[in-house]
Design a protein around this ligand. Sequence first.
Ligand code: AMP
Ligand code: MG
Length: 478
Amino acid sequence: MNIFDGVKFNNSFAKLSEEFYTKQKWSSFEKAHLISFNKDLAKDLGLNPELKPEELVKIFNGEIEHQNSESLAMVYAGHQFGSWVPQLGDGRGILFGQIETPQGLRDLHIKGAGKTPYSRFADGRAVLRSTIREYLCGEAMHGLRIPSSRALLMFGSNELVFRETTETGAMLVRTAKTHIRFGHFEYLKHNDKKEYLVELLDHVLAEYFPDLVDRKDKYEIFFEQTVQSTAELIANWQAVGFAHGVMNTDNMSLLGETFDFGPFGFLESYDPNFICNHSDAGGRYAFNNQPAIGLWNCQALAAALDEIIAEEKLIEALKKYQHYFYEHLIDLYRKKLGLQEKLEGDAKLIESLLTWLQNSKKDYTNFFRNLHDIHEPKNIIFEDAEGKAWSKKFKERFGLEKLSTKKAQQKMLANNPKYILRNYLAHQAIRKAEQNNFSEIEVLMKLLSQPFNEHLEYEDYAKSSPDWGKSLEISCSS
Ligand code: AMP
Ligand code: MG
């Protein structure tokens, strides 16, 4: 039985001009072993439920040829930490193929698959450590209802990979709506390949914006929708306290999915200046810079499209970024506060809570998780004068709601996660995996895929990190 039985491949990217990729196979590990298989995702993709993950390892390790795969490495460019890099590309990634799923077209992409023409001086591999982090975080984001790439499978090897120390290589098979990045368009525009811009745009519209294809203003609407999905994605990040770490334009999915996980981190206490990436000394991608960087990246995309879309239309769309961002962010915070009505003073109320939270240094996630207690007569959430004053303002605001306190509390629990991927949790799972014990990965997958639920036997996983875990240094090395 073929594991992709009943799955329709539609490798539409591979049908574009050769300018967009290099068709190639990838480099197998000599011996590959399964580390984890994401059954929930396999189900969502409509894959055969009888499939054997070991067989999947063989296919994605390139030991068994799969007839429907048209594997290729994509070429793109990007702005890395603000500097223009004229050519990047899948230096260690391979687009295995694209499949039709109940949710639409999905890419199957292998990360850590060996050298490609875009590897520059690097080895084309990914280390076990960063592979586990990406595997867990994709599922964590999905569990938090945030658009994200997700990983289907992860397998390891004995192949040595040299970073700061000697590590072993692993591969991750991930799905995403697309692997087309802002940097794809920048590559074409700034390398004198403008004739291909329209080809790529038309491909994107046909596959992902079919409703726009026949419209005269299709490109400008597409751009505005990209600005919107980017702004909303980043609002989602801010509301859960997620810092991406490397928001270069080559790591920005065109379809607004969280993508290319590296030195990401979740807030512990609420510190807007949080820098998760140890290599980001200047804090370009600090937590509170993410919204502005999202706009900066949209501007870079606009610059790539400025001969196709009229300048005033690009500017018009960019000007809406802030509106899209704040509207969505405030909506998310309303939900976190168990509020339903949209009222004038809400933004101020939220802002003053965040200021208080910053000063009080409480754990961001756990504070919101416990906030439903505010509706209990004897709560001890706010003990200082400012906190009590905020609580009073909140109660007045809540008085304008039609919701019962019970319903509001339920809403708060449904919108404030109990479990996030704290760095130290990933770190512990990695340490065990390095000893060939993958059990911790499975525990975390279970918690992170349902982060709003109670998991009574795993209360400890919801606690704020121990001190040693707060000072882990995560860098770009992967
Ligand atoms: P990243 O910072 O992971 O988004 O990677 C930036 C660029 O470097 C991308 O084009 C990657 O494909 C490439 N790259 C990163 N690590 C490696 C590696 N070990 N081997 C080859 N290319 C890499
Ligand atoms: Mg990348």
